[in-house]
Ligand binder design. Structure first.
Ligand code: SAM
Ligand code: DTB
Ligand code: SF4
Length: 367
């Protein structure tokens, strides 16, 4: 085989999706000069996605605080005094109201989070009802409720839940410094239950918790070497919450955060990599570099679960300045010929994003 043939073979998208990453290969990616790394990530991104399309999810906390787990980053853990107003499981009608508002703003996926170790049997009928009814609004559904048995996962899948979010959070080596009440293996088991029940997996982690680069590489290695890559990979920057053990941890350099996004993109080329918590403290330029390096999903709307997110108006302006348009799942699933009609349909339904949608799929906005 000539060098050119070898090069062509290597660049086949299917060859880029691997499940056998070694830690030293991943560390070598992290060590590349910054421009080299984000250029490589951007190249991979373009082989799998429209680089100017970003998926939009909105979050809602359906049960807040008093969580029995001791995750050292979390405002909702009952182990720490974080001044959080606790709330019991929301009424289905209230959830629907919020889901309609998210749809009006232009979100395509609605993610519901509960501060539980795992859902109780008596909560399941309400939760399943939420899934069914949010789905009827035409939104994709995602939930994060803690650990799931295979039976829980089957029930959620049966109700039509599209995605389940359950993060590995950090490397297996650093994990014990952050959480003691559930193990890494518990998390892997929940992920297997979700996958076996036929749902899509949303799984990522947090950086900026005082871990080393080797731990960031270890988290990405665990994610990339799962039997199937998660469809969605949220990369959260720690939001430091007063009262939690991590409140005074040292800031992570923003270039290191962007590197983490780029390496996630290279390791999991077909996944949606979400620029997740922490955008409120990032400037627009950092976020733009994250999008260049392969981030193609965000949480949109003024609240995450219990903390602030950038204002919707600010995000819309940022998208317009960058010529980014929101990705609609129906557009992604469709072929070229029906795409134009669907985009017009989405634009009509999602007035706030209309200008960005008009700017075309691969061109930048004409401003
Ligand atoms: N209780 C459920 C569980 O942990 O499985 C779901 C909710 S939990 C809030 C979902 C994820 O949010 C966590 O795994 C963590 O990655 C992220 N998260 C929580 N607090 C955060 C913080 N202060 N900064 C950044 N990300 C955070
Ligand atoms: C994820 O990885 N990040 C989201 C979502 N999955 C559920 C949650 C971020 C939470 C940030 C802290 C808060 O708002 O409570
Ligand atoms: Fe509970 Fe989830 Fe927060 Fe951990 S991250 S304390 S499990 S709500």
């Amino acid at each position: 085989m000539t060098d050119t043939q070898a090069q062509q073979r290597r660049s086949q998208p299917s060859d880029l999706v691997r499940h056998d990453w070694h830690r030293d290969e991943i560390e070598a990616l992290f060590q590349l000069p910054f421009n080299e790394l984000i250029f490589r990530a951007a190249q991979v991104h373009r082989q799998f996605f429209d680089p100017n399309a970003v998926q939009i999810s909105t979050l809602l906390s359906i049960k807040t605080g008093a969580c029995p787990e001791d995750c050292a980053y979390c405002p909702q853990s009952g182990h720490y005094n974080t001044d959080l107003e606790k709330e019991k499981l929301l009424e289905v009608e209230k959830v629907l109201e919020e889901a309609r508002a998210a749809r009006e703003l232009g979100a395509s996926r609605f993610c519901m989070g509960a501060a539980w170790r795992s859902p109780r049997q008596k909560d399941m009928p309400y939760v399943l009802d939420m899934v069914r009814q949010v789905k009827e609004l035409g939104l994709e559904t995602c939930m994060t409720l803690g650990m799931l048995t295979r039976e829980d996962a089957d029930q959620l899948a049966e109700a039509g839940l599209d995605y389940y979010n359950h993060n590995l959070d950090t490397s297996p080596e650093y994990y014990g410094q952050v959480i003691t009440t559930r193990t890494y293996n518990d998390r892997l088991e929940t992920l297997a239950n979700v996958r076996d029940a036929g749902m899509k997996v949303c799984c990522g982690g947090i950086v900026g918790m005082g871990e080393e680069r080797n731990d960031r590489a270890g988290l990405l290695q665990e994610l990339a070497n799962l039997p199937h890559h998660p469809e969605s990979v949220p990369i959260n920057m720690l939001i430091k919450i007063p009262g939690t053990p991590l409140e005074n941890v040292e800031d992570l350099d923003s270039f290191e955060f962007i590197r983490t996004i780029a390496v996630a993109r290279i390791l999991m080329p077909a996944a949606h990599v979400r620029l997740s918590a922490g955008r409120e403290d990032m400037n627009d330029e950092t976020q733009a570099l994250c999008f260049f390096a392969g981030a193609n999903s965000i949480f949109y709307g003024e609240r995450l679960l219990t903390t602030d997110n950038p204002e919707a108006q600010h995000d819309r302006a940022l998208f317009e300045r960058l010529g980014i348009h929101p990705l609609d799942p129906r557009v992604e699933a469709s072929d070229e010929s029906t795409e134009h009609a669907l985009r017009a349909d989405v634009a009509a339904q999602s007035a706030p994003w209309y200008d960005a949608l008009q700017s075309g799929q691969t061109e930048t906005a004409q401003h």
